[in-house]
Design a binder for this molecule. Structure first.
Ligand code: HAM
Length: 426
């Protein structure tokens, strides 16, 4: 019986063991390749910021600020309220202002990869510490900028071989348009108050747009004929939205318009979008984002238009698994050297050192196990070849090399091993 561990990781916080991190590396490498193609540079931001920044930037009425932040006072006198970042856009805006980046470059192309924290109910695909990859394109109000970041996100999914997803887009208009929509929506919801779920009834006042986001059967039914934001857009916002749609089509990025897409953060203006995975169950948003022309002004900078997105890397990893695209190409080893007795084990130690020096990925037995156990281990670790050496092989200076997939076995003189492997493994 395994002993009950005295300490466990916190609820919603996970360890990733080596058999999992291989897939993470694949995602991270794809992120670096794709952002490189678009000329985005990496920023690294602090994990905590002042609570005030998030409250102002993301919005007091959002779930993220109202219910999900890890907020605490530090030990200064008087104490300062700090919050573990629930997302990285507010911090990016803060850094952009603080370093006066706009003075030196008219347009900033930034990306980031790192942990974020939200106190949510954990379930598959939803954690309290999760990893986000995001991009922020700061300094352009043009539809081309929206399309640039959407295309980047789309390329990332392509690069990872994730195919079962759809891209949904919508426009939330500018604040005045949204305000008029909000009034119409509240009037509509008030009329159907009784039919709504309890949560949605509460939201009529605090955050009515989020009612459109509800997955509750009752809410879906009650809001079937709800007003749509798109019909509240005026000329400029409408033209912007149409241009985004045209350019997405030009860029060959398939999308659908979802007039109910509202997103959970308050800073969005005009374009919003989400990449929705089809194999992810309830937590289906692989990534999402949009334009936020008001945020930088809101947190104290010179008003500057910007657009960006965030992906949940945890969810990308799940989608990779589901897509079975995760052929563990990088995760196996080239060779497992099997020594049958003490003399052969000396050969194994020498040869492992030499072959690793030549760049091969080599595993050996470190527990004095039988040949059968070593072969089983070679199999489990996805070794391409097992190289088997006992007394006879030492006498003849020849190894038995078994290709694990086919079980085909060859005798290879020790002196020829490197050459033989080079041709086999290239
Ligand atoms: P968000 O939609 O709140 O946007 O989060 C982005 C992505 O992070 C989600 O689509 C989801 O994949 C992932 N995510 C969020 N919460 C969790 C969680 N508890 N567990 C696992 N994954 C999660 C933002 O955060 C914006 N800052 C995106 C953005 C950047 N907009 C403009 N620029």
């Amino acid at each position: 019986m395994a002993r009950e561990p005295r300490y466990r990781s916190l609820k919603g916080f996970r360890d990733l063991l080596p058999e999992q991190t291989g897939r993470w590396h694949r995602v991270e490498e794809a992120i670096r390749r794709v952002t490189g193609r678009y000329g985005f540079g990496e920023i690294r931001l602090p994990i905590a910021e002042s609570t005030e920044l998030f409250a102002r930037g993301i919005g007091e009425a959002t779930d993220v600020v109202g219910k999900e932040m890890y907020t605490f006072e530090d030990r200064s006198d008087p104490p300062v309220s700090i919050t573990l970042r629930p997302e990285l856009t507010a911090g990016a805006a803060r850094a952009w202002i603080e370093h006066d980046v706009g003075k030196n470059e008219p347009l900033s192309r930034w990306y980031y990869l790192g942990p974020a924290f939200r106190y949510e109910q954990p379930q598959a695909g939803r954690y309290r510490q999760f990893t986000t990859f995001g991009v922020e394109l700061i300094g352009s109000d043009r539809p081309e900028a929206d399309v640039e970041v959407i295309a980047l996100g789309n390329d990332l999914l392509g690069e990872l071989g994730i195919e079962r997803y759809r891209l949904e887009i919508n426009s939330l208009g500018m604040p005045a348009e949204r305000l008029r929509f909000r009034e119409a929506l509240v009037a509509f919801l008030e009329e159907r108050r009784e039919a709504l779920s309890e949560e949605s009834r509460r939201r009529i006042v605090s955050n009515p747009l989020r009612v459109l986001d509800s997955k509750e059967e009752a809410d879906l039914e009650a809001t079937a004929g709800a007003p749509e934001i798109l019909s509240f857009l005026e000329e400029e916002s409408r033209a912007h939205f149409e241009r985004v749609a045209t350019l997405l089509a030009d860029a060959g990025v398939p999308f659908t318009v979802n007039p109910r897409l509202v997103r959970g953060l308050d800073y969005y203006t005009r374009t919003v979008f989400e990449f929705v995975g089809e194999d992810l169950g309830a937590q289906s948003a692989l990534g999402g984002g949009g334009r936020y022309d008001g945020l930088i002004g809101e947190v104290g900078g010179k008003p500057t238009p910007a657009t960006g997105f965030g992906f949940g890397v945890d969810r990308l990893v799940i989608a990779l698994e589901a897509a079975a695209a995760a052929e563990e190409s990088g995760e196996g080893v080239d060779l497992y050297l099997v020594g049958l007795d003490d003399e052969a084990r000396r050969w194994v130690v020498r040869t492992a050192a030499r072959l690793r020096g030549e760049g091969y990925r080599v595993l050996t037995d470190l527990q004095g196990r039988s040949m059968k156990a070593q072969m089983r281990e070679a199999n489990r670790r996805n070794a391409r070849y097992a190289v088997i050496v006992g007394g006879n092989e030492l006498a003849e200076q020849t190894a038995q090399v078994r290709e694990m997939a086919s079980s085909e076995q060859s005798s290879v003189p020790f002196a020829d091993l490197s050459t033989w492997l080079r041709s086999g493994l290239s």
